[in-house]
Write a protein that binds this ligand. Sequence first.
Ligand SMILES: Nc1nc2c(c(=O)[nH]1)N=C([C@H](O)[C@@H](O)CO)CN2
Length: 119
Amino acid sequence: MDRIILKGMSFYGYHGAFEAENELGQIFLVDLELFLDLSEAGETDDLEKTVHYGEVFELVKEIMEGKPVQLIEHLAEHIAKQVFSHYNRVLETKVKITKNNPPIPGHYEGVGIEIVRKR
Ligand SMILES: Nc1nc2c(c(=O)[nH]1)N=C([C@H](O)[C@@H](O)CO)CN2
């Protein structure tokens, strides 16, 4: 299946289960893959026959910089639901959200989750 990929999006947000995260905020990294047929756009060279990834970026930004929630799972679910609601062409989506510096003692590259949702 063809994919539209938005990789390495970063947003400053106040999501988290710990009060410190809600007060100080932190950077969230988001990778998003949209699974859809890109052949018509490829044949016609018509933006209307695909999904405008700049619009998708704004949709993700609105959620990630919006009302704070506790879990990154909740953010990922919201992103997937909004993608399906706005873009009928999308059949499946994969959302990965990472925190590189959460207030969890230890040495690691990052912590996060990834979900895959089908329409
Ligand atoms: N599966 C998850 N585990 C945890 C989350 C989360 O969003 N999903 N969040 C936290 C805290 O906010 C943590 O990031 C702060 O230290 C803990 N575990």
